[in-house]
Design a protein around this ligand. Structure first.
Ligand SMILES: Cc1cc2nc3c(=O)[nH]c(=O)nc-3n(C[C@H](O)[C@H](O)[C@H](O)COP(=O)(O)OP(=O)(O)OC[C@H]3O[C@@H](n4cnc5c(N)ncnc54)[C@H](O)[C@@H]3O)c2cc1C
Length: 476
């Protein structure tokens, strides 16, 4: 199985599976194999059922910024039903819970008056500063201070950033702000808040989202089912540990000794795994650069509650350091309801704890983490959960790329090396080291398939697509 047109895709997340589906749609005779490390596909956008309820890996929604081709791709997946829902979250700011996305009336009533006045003052002042929408070079803290103003930067973005990436905001590149902070432009936050006025919000698309009936696990299943229906081979429990050249082809070998040789290799797995797998296939400086690009991990604590709901909100955001978790979601409130009768009358919570792999939080078991949660909730307006049943954890090895100051040079080294070899394509959130949304990851997978559709790899077109991907801005 080593025809020059055959493709092996490393990683069965949304990007890898979208790429595989598109390759098979354009050429049904092609041999396409996906090798996935985990027992089930879907990557960090997967999901599972337990105790009669559906759970995702942290709060997941399909944002309204999904458009055009990716939307058509998702709605065209057989068996996948997307439902539209209004966002209904809260954020803990200044010790108070306020609506998120923000609403001006709610913020005025609930936030300490000094805080809301300072935020408003910064925003109005921002309108009279430069009208530029681009973020100045430098650190994340400089970028958000000049964009959202000092008050919001210090009450929200800077502490939240420390929690998510484990680094002070002045050690993180401003590229992170360009990627993630949609209101990091003068007056941007004001526009967002005004979008929450009762009449306006009904027509503001950013206040809505789509969600798969059955949770994100249903989306992962739909992707895997369609890939297999088209004739693709999906092998799970298959961690690729080595990649080498076999004449004009590439050979991927998994930890259980299985190997697949193909004319093209699409890598949608993390770059640190590339550094350890390509030891015989990439120059030392590329391996070193890929190894320096680090990712933040995450522990997910799940708490099943025997009566419910715990709240009527879909998600709670915790930017400040008094709560070590960054977000809490209540999956039932994302529309899905119970997966089976066993889930009736129950609810569940998913708490996201960003951390470093191997550290204390990473290694902690569910009971220890639950005790830490109770400790944190004691000082907050949220009550401790009652009637708690099953608790468990799941761990994400690669939750977020870390854009340390100066990371761009290492990423360029890896990217230019991959562009010099038409047999290899790096794609997806992990392969491109991109902090992106699910729809962006799918777009990169579809684009990789386009560039592989001809007899060779269309490197010029791929370069242009890469430039476009740099403009992706994360919806949160
Ligand atoms: C907490 C959290 C919440 C999020 N919420 C949202 C949201 O609300 N909306 C949204 O649009 N996006 C959200 N995202 C982003 C979204 O989950 C990702 O953009 C998307 O999953 C990326 O897909 P991918 O296929 O590129 O990467 P991944 O999903 O990471 O898939 C990569 C795959 O590669 C596999 N792999 C790794 N190493 C190997 C190896 N050596 N061999 C074989 N396989 C390997 C992994 O197991 C994984 O399945 C969220 C992300 C996080 C962390």
């Amino acid at each position: 199985m080593s025809g020059s047109d055959s493709v092996v895709i490393v990683g069965g997340g949304p990007a890898g599976l979208a790429c595989g589906i598109e390759l098979l749609r354009s050429d049904a005779d092609r041999e396409v194999t996906v090798l996935e490390r985990e027992p089930s596909p879907g990557g960090i956008a997967g999901g599972f059922s337990r105790g009669g309820l559906d759970y995702d890996y942290g709060s997941h929604r399909i944002h309204p910024s999904v458009e055009g081709r990716v939307l058509a791709f998702l709605t065209g997946l057989p068996g996948l039903e997307l439902r539209r829902k209004r966002r209904n979250g809260r954020i803990l700011l200044g010790g108070r819970l306020v609506r998120f996305p923000p609403s001006p009336v709610d913020a005025l009533v609930k936030l300490p008056p000094g805080l809301s006045m300072r935020i408003l003052g910064d925003q109005i002042g921002g309108l009279f500063r430069s009208g530029s929408t681009s973020v100045a070079p430098g650190s994340f803290s400089e970028a958000v201070e000049s964009g959202t103003g000092r008050t919001m930067a210090h009450a929200f973005y800077i502490p939240y950033t420390k929690k998510l990436w484990g680094l002070p905001a002045d050690e993180i590149s401003s590229f992170q702000a360009a990627r993630r902070v949609s209101s990091a432009r003068p007056g941007g936050l004001l526009t967002k808040v005004l979008g929450g006025l009762p009449l306006v919000s009904r027509f503001d698309p950013s206040r809505f989202f789509s969600y798969p009936a059955g949770g994100f696990g249903a989306l992962a299943e739909a992707l895997a089912r369609e890939f297999r229906r088209l004739g693709g081979t999906l092998r799970t429990d298959s961690e690729v540990v080595s990649v080498s050249y076999e004449g004009a082809s590439m050979k991927a070998t998994t930890s259980d000794g299985f190997s697949r040789t193909a004319g093209r290799l699409v890598w949608s797995a993390p770059l640190d795994a590339l550094a350890s797998s390509f030891t015989a296939a990439a120059p030392a400086e590329v391996l070193a650069a890929a190894g320096r690009l680090s990712y933040r991990s995450m522990v997910l604590l799940y708490v099943q509650i025997e009566s419910g709901p715990y709240t009527r909100f879909d998600a709670h955001y915790f930017p400040d350091g008094s709560i070590r978790f960054s977000r809490m979601s209540e999956p039932r409130n994302y529309l899905c309801g119970p997966a089976t009768d066993a889930g009736r009358g129950r609810t569940g919570l998913c708490l996201e704890l960003p951390c470093d792999m191997g550290g204390d939080d990473w290694k902690a078991g569910p009971e220890v983490l639950y005790e830490r949660l109770l400790e944190d909730l004691r000082g907050s307006p949220l009550p401790p959960p009652e009637a708690v049943g099953d608790i468990w954890v799941r761990r994400l090895t690669h939750a977020y790329p870390v854009y340390r100051m100066g990371f761009e040079q290492d990423l360029r080294t890896v990217s230019e090396w991959s562009l010099s070899d038409p047999r290899l394509v790096l794609t997806g959130r992990q392969g491109l080291f991109a902090h992106d949304n699910l729809h962006h990851a799918i777009e990169t997978g579809l684009a990789a398939a386009d560039c592989l559709a001809g007899p060779g790899f269309d490197t010029d077109s791929w370069r242009k697509r890469l430039e476009g991907f740099r403009l992706h801005r994360v919806s949160d």
